[in-house]
Design a protein around this ligand. Sequence first.
Ligand SMILES: NC(=O)c1ccc[n+]([C@@H]2O[C@H](COP(=O)([O-])OP(=O)(O)OC[C@H]3O[C@@H](n4cnc5c(N)ncnc54)[C@H](OP(=O)(O)O)[C@@H]3O)[C@@H](O)[C@H]2O)c1
Length: 338
Amino acid sequence: MRHYRLALLGFGNVGRALSKLLLYKKEELLQRYRLTFSITGIATKRHGMAIDSRGLDLNRALAASDLTSISRLPIPRDTHEFIRRCGANVLFENTPVNYETGQPAIDNLILGLEAGMNVITANKGPVVHAYHQLSELAETRGRKFYFESTVMDGAPIFSLFRETLPGSNLLSFRGILNSTTNMILTRMEQGESFEDAVAYSQKIGIAETDPSGDIDGWDAAIKVSALVTVLMGIPLKPGEVVRNGIRDIGPEQISRAKSEGKRWKLVCAARKTASGIEARVSPELVGPDSPMFGVEGTTSIVQFETDVLGLLSVIEVDPGPQTTAYGLLSDFLNLVTK
Ligand SMILES: NC(=O)c1ccc[n+]([C@@H]2O[C@H](COP(=O)([O-])OP(=O)(O)OC[C@H]3O[C@@H](n4cnc5c(N)ncnc54)[C@H](OP(=O)(O)O)[C@@H]3O)[C@@H](O)[C@H]2O)c1
């Protein structure tokens, strides 16, 4: 029987979904993997922090409006003190993405690794801005830095190549990696205006109050950067991805595409070239012969071309925080069971 002490940095949609999944899987982890866990710390920005070396009550944490009330030990002054004092073996970092620098998540992950923890994140920032630094530090310390949930939530993308495609080389990929724009384009095909489709996406919680990160292709570009950086081994920043969002797709373009039996999709694509990499995010007209044609709403898809297989596609239907949580759990199980 092995026992793991876990700490959660960030307790929003994803941190809370992970907590519920851990509660749901607790008995299965014990029976199937002979593994138990306790949550020794949870930290947020405005909803307090809690640490308890004997393990926090997750149900109480989920019900608390301020975590301070459930802490058995003195409250850390800041995130760095939290990481140093939480006493965990595994740190889950699920704070908001910083597209420009990846901070403060990068520093928090470095601190976690230096304190001897394995670190797992759903945050794309550290992957595109510090993948090599964090991976090398993890290796030096005999720990892991895993980030399955950063692209396509819980669908296996990074672990697909790491665990199951040894000896393969990724040559190119194409896909739909941003749920909000795909939902907006799908709703516009049903006759809704761009503004109403954005408002709908905000209402169901997939678009932020300021949706420009999705609409202008930044979220898609950071995912392209993450895939290129990790799976192709070529560091690529989001600003280096040729990027066009969906603002220029109006009702006329949508209905013309429909009359031609085609659909507009915000396509993410990258290809290795003799001189490096070509990477872009841009609206494309796709026909029924494309696997992207039938991908609607929040569903996402990526199609990989390698030097050893034909085209290989992964489709994730209707993801959400619960599937992101599964990506984090799969990282945890991959690192403790191998
Ligand atoms: N939502 C998804 O389905 C999804 C899918 C894939 C990847 N992701 C990624 O997962 C991460 C978390 O997403 P989310 O939807 O859970 O975000 P969220 O609901 O906004 O939650 C973020 C959490 O981080 C806390 N936080 C913010 N800054 C912090 C700091 N400096 N120190 C400590 N805690 C801090 C917040 O504290 P307060 O509670 O006090 O605000 C909150 O608890 C993001 O990087 C996102 O891009 C999300």
